[in-house]
Design a protein around this ligand. Structure first.
Ligand code: ATP
Ligand code: MG
Ligand code: FE
Length: 346
């Protein structure tokens, strides 16, 4: 089926078109720069930017794919989770298109969309299930068990405070680096010593592992970095920025990868899929590769353009629903900012 997917859950207005498991176009307009001076995504600013970008982005995606509205077999849209006002723009646009063009509409889950992105890979290797999936971005840090893409996704754990990308952005800010800070920390960390400072690995102590085996916490780490830097400044010493960045990056990568590989081992699922913008991190990728190899876990990392938020992954999940024979969503649904992963479709 030829499906157009719309994604507006955070700061990317993404529209993509797929035919089954083949990517035809993937157009993204980001309002990231507008959020830079606030040091994080501002919901109202994001919603307004989506409103301005949505129509041109839909037109660009159709043009790039070389198809028209009449060729489409359906529309897919992110219904949640995400920022309510941002989600509403995509949902409103999708309903309007579905009604005016008489197309079936599939309202889907953003996080499961990140997993669905994998079917668009060009290397012709199929996504094998079940798989553990680690999704890490500015808004999410979630560990999932995916038994079936369209109707069997389980949440193993998630962050109890900041998302990993958010921690990168906050630590970057306190080191005086611009937003979004993840790429800057990653670059500077390459020059530092990851063993210079031992920062805490959140929820990894034996007492935490009982109740929070697959959950994450990054706010304590952020505070530890802030204290360390303050102390340095108070003593009049120059802050060793590269060492701080490398040690912080190591702590994040270590805890992400350890928990993901633990899940693979505990559940006897020798497959791990990564998704989300933090997957761009060089150390996260390297450590995941090392530990997956050591544990006999097959690691899948989709190309980065499919890891960050995009419309193609939503279209891909919509196409999976169509191919599984699912009925379209009833048009009465609304945006759900806290939609659970167990709801693949609403
Ligand atoms: P959502 O949470 O809804 O998926 P998002 O816009 O927060 O949306 P992405 O666009 O997938 O998420 O990712 C952006 C985040 O990824 C930012 O927090 C950014 O700092 C982080 N990031 C990007 N590159 C790197 C990197 N090389 N190392 C660490 N973090 C990175
Ligand atoms: Mg983003
Ligand atoms: Fe996302």
């Amino acid at each position: 089926p030829l499906i157009l997917g719309i994604e507006t859950s955070c700061d990317e207005t993404g529209v993509g078109i797929v035919r089954g498991q083949t990517l035809l176009s993937n157009v993204i307009a980001s309002s990231m720069e507008e959020h830079a001076r606030y040091g994080g995504v501002v919901p109202e600013v994001a919603a307004r930017a989506h409103l301005e970008a949505i129509t041109p982005t839909i037109e660009a995606a159709l043009a790039e794919a070389g198809v028209g509205f009449d060729d489409l077999d359906g529309i897919a849209v992110t219904a949640g989770p995400g920022l309510a006002g941002a989600l509403m723009v995509g949902v409103g646009a999708a309903k309007a298109l579905a009604l005016s063009r008489e197309l079936p509409l599939y309202a889907v889950n953003h996080l499961v969309g990140h997993v669905g992105a994998d079917v668009l890979r060009e290397d012709d290797t199929e996504l094998e299930l079940p798989t553990v999936a680690l999704l890490v971005s500015g808004g999410h840090t979630s560990l999932l068990l995916v038994r079936d893409l369209v109707d069997d996704v389980e949440l193993l754990g998630e962050t109890i405070d900041d998302a990993a990308g958010e921690a990168f952005d906050k630590v970057a800010r306190l080191l005086g680096l611009p937003y979004p800070g993840g790429p800057h920390i990653d670059r500077i960390a390459a020059q530092g010593d990851p063993g210079a400072i031992r920062f805490p690995r959140g929820l990894s102590l034996p007492k935490d592992m009982a109740a929070h085996r697959y959950d994450f916490s990054f706010s304590g780490l952020k505070t530890a970095v802030a204290r360390w830097v303050e102390q340095c400044r108070a003593e009049g010493r120059e802050v060793p920025v590269a060492d701080v960045a490398a040690s912080f990056r190591e702590a994040v990568a270590d805890v992400l990868v350890t928990k993901a590989i633990n899940a693979c081992r505990d559940l006897g699922v020798p497959r791990l899929l990564l998704g989300g913008g933090v997957v761009a991190n060089a150390r996260v990728r390297e450590l995941a590769r090392e530990r997956a190899d050591a544990a006999g876990v097959a690691l899948r990392i989709p190309p980065l353009s499919l890891c960050t938020d995009n419309g193609a992954m939503i279209a891909a999940l919509g196409a999976q629903l169509v191919m599984a024979g699912r009925a379209p969503s009833e048009l009465g649904f609304g945006a759900d900012s806290t939609l659970p992963v167990t709801s693949v479709q609403v």
